[in-house]
Design a protein around this ligand. Structure first.
Ligand SMILES: Cc1cc2nc3c(=O)[nH]c(=O)nc-3n(C[C@H](O)[C@H](O)[C@H](O)COP(=O)(O)OP(=O)(O)OC[C@H]3O[C@@H](n4cnc5c(N)ncnc54)[C@H](O)[C@@H]3O)c2cc1C
Length: 652
């Protein structure tokens, strides 16, 4: 059975999906470990090869094979057993930054502004590409270039960008207010495409694609419309949910009720902050279980967990149904997640490059190492081809060394009086050291206790609590999008499928890059999965999900992707064996920064020091950045924290 279904899905088709390691296809025997491969002659300086170009790789990307093994072996206490004696590079810098994401790149930029363009900076990153989560995916389909984002999607934030972050965006030449020039807002609606919900037969008894009466909760496209009575009627007529669930849905939308009469607004918010939205719906509003199943995955795009782990107060902030009659005053309640606090000014500050915020990373790299990214404007960067051979060039004051995992960062002497920091890193199967006057750790906070052993225990505990949110950002290159047109939809919320959101790419044309306007043209479909385990506290869900993502094979993911697209778009004539040209799974077991949650973090409700404040304390000549340092999963925070970290080491 499996074989014939696999054939239908096209599992046998030769698409570009091999795992690559540091720019080199893994054609060697399966028993060969990444460490051995890295040690081989061919891969000592892979970035210098003319064919080294990570954005065009497909298959398992994000935390790709070869990127995480050293860090995991450090965590498991086995790294130093086989590492050998570090080799001294003899290199010395003003600053060594660990982490080449937006925070690390911004830190280099701010440091140069403070200390001058001659300041010598080394940036280390364990991945084969720079940008951290802000990664670029490229596809060639029938000789047509298609771009997509492998992680960080856009300039957006629930709160307005700070002066620092706005200033940096401006310095990079990005005119956020010009965005409407590039986006073809009308393309999908004018072709009759709308957001829909996919109900699956395992959960709801039938595979069915139904109009989404109120698209929200992340992943929806620009043309998302507010709930209207007409859409709700249409939805109720078509959705394969119980009759009682349909009645309950109409009640939630059209019969506002105060479920806590007699309490003040503040008391109600305090109660809502302590119960999940799922409990609110089930135990207080008393709705049918089908409604809970339908809403379960709605917050995946924002938090990576479902409504079992999102408070009812936050659900009120998101305007989810059932809370309109509670007569809550509009000011944010204590313990609300910042994502749930609406802000009109922030909502206007939105900008999406065709490769997401990878363009921001690329603009930063261009500022730091002009030879690596040709061009001069914030829009010509879209098609500029990065020259990876120039990233780590001895003649440049700033160097970016990819495929390099920092494994130890320590002061040479007493942290209170030392003049230098030594950074040890693993690369190509060897271990090296370099020194600097200062170091900024712009990497994931959970890694820091393992690489910076001298930190105080309390700070290590706080760093370790920043359990990142595990996610898949999957991009599927299709030969055309006629099936989407036939089923009349451009985005799908799929509450119980492997990926909870499926979206046709945002129609943005910029800097010479043209978005496909005709359904017959190749396109990239973006799919999002939150790896969560409903019923557990959020951090536990993240830890279980992280393990799931590291242990699931690409083959399994591919089968799930093909199956989901076939079932969703089959009625539109979609044939996964014929229509899929390539698949890139951007696996992010360490994805969004953990954001505090009133259901699980009492300090967030009751006040007091937050773990990120403890975690980001400077330590001698070492400062700590990354979006984790603000417990806020946004680009502006990555920049803000970089600025603070640089200020700490430059103020002396
Ligand atoms: C899938 C996804 C989508 C997102 N979408 C958005 C969005 O649309 N808008 C938005 O504002 N934000 C978004 N974010 C949040 C995103 O995390 C931030 O915007 C920002 O890109 C974070 O930058 P950073 O530099 O703090 O961290 P990262 O981008 O994670 O960079 C840190 C880097 O440090 C590296 N590192 C870790 N340990 C070591 C080590 N020991 N040695 C060397 N290097 C190391 C990591 O591998 C990584 O490359 C998204 C995040 C994810 C995962």
């Amino acid at each position: 059975m499996r074989d014939s279904r696999d054939r239908e899905l096209g599992m046998h088709r030769r698409i570009s999906r091999r795992d690559f390691l540091n720019g080199v296809a893994m054609t060697a025997g399966a028993a060969m470990m990444p460490w051995d491969l890295l040690a081989s002659e061919k891969t000592v300086n892979p970035e210098k090869s003319a064919t080294y170009y990570p954005p065009a790789l497909t298959g398992m990307r994000g935390s790709h094979p070869g990127a995480f093994e050293n860090a995991h072996s450090l965590r498991d206490g086995t790294f130093w057993d086989s590492a050998g004696k570090p080799e001294n590079t003899g290199e010395t810098y003003d600053l060594i930054i660990v982490g080449g994401g937006i925070s690390g790149l911004s830190a280099a930029h701010f440091y140069r502004k403070a200390k001058g363009a001659k300041a010598r900076i080394l940036i280390l990153d364990n991945h084969d590409d720079f940008g951290g989560h802000a990664k670029r995916n490229e596809f060639r389909i029938n000789n047509t270039l298609r771009l997509c984002f492998g992680g960080t999607f856009s300039i957006e934030s629930p709160a307005p960008y700070s002066t620092v972050a706005k200033g940096l965006v401006q310095e990079l030449g990005i005119d956020v207010s010009s965005y409407s020039k590039y986006l073809d807002r009308k393309l999908y609606p004018s072709a009759g495409l709308r957001p829909k919900i996919f109900f699956d037969k395992e959960t709801f008894g039938a595979d069915k694609l139904v109009i989404n009466p109120s698209p929200r909760g992340g992943g929806e496209s620009e043309d998302a419309a507010a709930t209207s009575t007409e859409l709700l009627k249409q939805f109720v007529a078509e959705a394969p949910i119980a009759d009682q669930a349909k009645l309950d849905l109409q009640r939630l939308h059209h019969e506002p009720k105060d479920y806590f009469p007699g309490l003040t607004s503040e008391q109600k918010k305090a109660k809502l902050a302590r119960i999940s939205y799922a409990s609110f719906l089930r135990d207080i509003a008393g709705v049918h279980e089908d409604i809970i199943k339908m809403y379960q995955s709605l917050p995946h795009g924002l938090f990576g967990v479902g409504i079992d782990a999102v408070s009812a107060q936050d659900a009120w902030g998101f305007d989810l149904p059932g809370l309109d009659g509670m007569n809550l005053d509009p000011t944010p309640g204590k313990g609300m997640n910042r994502d749930a606090i609406p802000n009109a000014e922030a909502e206007k500050y939105f900008f999406h490059f065709p490769d997401g915020n990878a363009s921001i990373a690329r603009l930063l790299v261009r500022k730091l190492i002009p030879a690596a990214i040709p061009g001069s404007t914030s829009t010509d960067v879209v098609l500029a081809k990065a020259n990876y051979a120039k990233l780590d060039d001895p003649s440049s004051p700033v160097r970016i060394r990819l495929n390099s995992t920092a494994v130890r960062v320590k002061h040479l002497g007493d942290p209170a009086s030392a003049n230098e920091v030594e950074v040890t890193y693993a690369r190509g199967g060897k271990v090296y050291t370099a020194t600097a006057k200062n170091s900024i750790l712009a990497c994931w906070h959970v890694v820091i206790p393992y690489i910076c052993e001298d930190l105080p225990a309390k700070q290590k505990g706080a760093l370790a609590s920043a359990q990142k949110v595990p996610l898949l950002y999957t991009n599927v290159a299709l030969r055309n999008w006629t099936a989407f047109q036939k089923v009349g939809c451009n985005s799908v919320y799929a509450p119980s499928m492997y990926h909870s959101y499926v979206n046709l790419d945002l129609p943005v044309s910029m800097g010479g890059y043209e978005f496909p306007r005709k359904p017959e043209e190749p396109i990239v479909v973006h799919m999002m999965k939150a790896a969560c385990s409903p019923g557990h506290p959020a951090r536990e869900q993240h830890s279980i999900g992280r393990m799931e993502l590291y242990t699931t094979s690409f083959e399994t993911m591919e089968r799930n992707i093909r199956d989901q697209l076939a079932r969703t778009l089959g009625p539109g004539g979609f044939d996964p064996a014929r229509d899929i040209a390539a698949i890139t799974v951007n696996r992010w077991p360490h994805g969004y920064a953990y954001e505090y949650n009133s259901l699980f973090d009492s300090f967030w409700l009751e006040g007091g020091e937050t773990p990120c404040e403890v975690a980001r304390q400077p330590f001698g000549r070492i400062a700590i950045a990354n979006a984790d340092a603000g417990a806020y999963a946004y680009t502006d925070e990555a920049m803000n924290q970089a600025y603070r970290a640089v200020s700490e080491i430059t103020k002396a």
